[in-house]
Write a protein that binds this ligand. Structure first.
Ligand code: FDA
Length: 399
């Protein structure tokens, strides 16, 4: 029968295409269905168009989940090195940008082309612009009612990702289907997303939008030493995107604006070597000038505005106070920019309902869930694609 497949995969993103490759290589008849007009759209826009496709340090402690152990098995059985080997086989040139993050030298299109070539090689059928109206679990098997007609399959792999960036075709399809089929869902929320400030806090940053700062940012047990960027809505930049996965409503975020230099000792040293130097000048050498100047105009650091005087006129205790305020700038975000700009979705289908070896649902034989739809969320830096590859491989080898 033309419309029957061994496996139907909903979602032709990173995880779905990768699962299709391994299932197809095993001789399984595979159909990938995507409602978008082309597959892999998030891959194409990822990493600024160069796709940060994995991380050399991809390991379980870089992932957030209600069950932090769940990701171990899949990550171990198909590692970043396995993916790099595939990239190398396709002669795609890559480089490490920083912190183990691997990017294509040329374009993210190379990764999508590689996945499509592997799918073609494995005999995978792909249908794009195909809307899924309904999926029925028949025990055994599945029936899909789609805009391209009805399809049946023995196994069904749910790989439709999470709702981040709806304009890219992202949807909450996986969560709706899971709930309808009785699979628990850990409350989803936008992650790897800029944080926003309430108007009074925003006013203090007025005119500073675009100013970059080097910082260590801490919140809710997370701590990241990376760049930070002031925006017209609050804060962004890699350190803020990272900490957004740990932030919850009401939690303060503590920012060390001098992450590599013990400021109290430094300022005391300068007081001896440059006693006539003004505090404003000295801070202007350590921080972006516009930001340093603002510290003397408003109580940005939760203190009164600083007063600029020659260092010699300041007591050591005053300098220590300035240092402490800069090492511990505490901000109170009032929200995030939401799914509109979030790179990923935190939460998702509860890992308790799935096998960590195969990604198969414990209570619905033949149903597999992979990628971002699962409650496994990586740090920024190639970790989320590695989860898509590893979980896709696990399901592709088992379904
Ligand atoms: P993904 O979202 O890739 O794929 C889901 C697919 O399902 C899509 O093709 C979608 O069209 C389809 N779909 C959705 N609903 C459907 C429905 N109802 N019916 C049929 N099809 C449906 N990660 C990383 O590691 N390195 C990076 O550089 C980046 N960069 C990055 C930039 C930006 C702007 C974003 C938004 C995200 C990233 N990410 C990232 C995160 C990464 O893109 C993400 O974790 C993976 O794409 C998740 O892969 P999935 O296959 O699970 O979902």
């Amino acid at each position: 029968m033309g419309t029957h497949y061994d496996i139907i995969i909903a979602g032709g993103g990173a995880a779905g295409l990768y699962a299709a490759i391994f299932a197809g290589r095993r001789g399984r008849r595979v159909l990938v269905i995507d409602h978008a007009e082309k597959v892999g759209k998030k891959i194409l826009i990822s990493g600024g168009g160069r796709c940060n496709f994995t991380n050399l340090d991809a390991r379980p402690d870089r992932y957030l989940s209600a069950n932090p152990h769940f990701c171990i098995s899949a990550l171990k059985r198909h590692t970043q090195h396995d993916f790099i080997a595939l990239v190398d086989r396709h002669a795609i040139k890559w480089h490490e940008k920083k912190l183990g993050q691997l990017f294509c030298d040329e374009s993210a299109r190379d990764i999508v082309a590689m996945l499509l070539a592997e799918c073609a090689d494995a005999g995978v059928d792909i249908r794009t612009a195909c809307r899924i109206a309904d999926v029925a679990s028949n025990t055994p098997g599945f029936t899909l009612d789609t805009s391209h007609g009805a399809f049946t399959s023995d196994s069904f792999i749910l790989a439709t990702g999470g709702p981040s960036i709806p304009k890219m075709g992202a949807s909450d399809f996986a969560f709706r289907l899971a709930r309808a089929w009785g699979l628990p869902v850990v409350e989803p929320r936008p992650a790897l997303v800029p944080l926003t400030f309430a108007p009074p806090d925003l006013k203090k940053l007025d005119g500073l939008s675009g100013v970059p700062l080097e910082a260590t940012v801490a919140c809710g047990g997370g701590r990241f030493r990376e760049a930070l960027l002031i925006t017209h809505r609050g804060l962004s930049g890699p350190s803020i995107l990272q900490i957004s996965s740990y932030w919850r409503e009401g939690r303060p975020v503590v920012i060390d604006l001098s992450p590599d230099l013990a400021l109290a000792d430094h300022l005391k040293g300068l007081k001896r070597s440059r006693p006539k130097a003004e505090l404003k000048t000295v801070l202007g050498d350590l921080l972006p000038r516009r930001f340093a100047e603002r510290l003397f105009e408003v109580g940005l650091l939760g203190t009164a505005p600083l007063t600029s005087r020659p260092l010699a006129d300041l007591k050591d205790a005053d300098l220590a106070g300035v240092a402490a305020a800069l090492h511990g700038w505490t901000v109170h975000p009032d929200g995030t920019e939401g799914y509109r700009t979030a790179e990923v979705t935190l939460g998702g289908i509860d890992t308790g309902a799935l096998s960590s070896k195969t990604m198969e649902a414990k209570n619905i034989p033949g149903l597999f869930v992979i990628g971002e739809a699962v409650d496994v969320t990586g740090w920024l830096g190639g970790y989320n694609f590695q989860w898509a590859w590893s979980s896709g491989h696990a399901a592709g080898m088992a379904a």
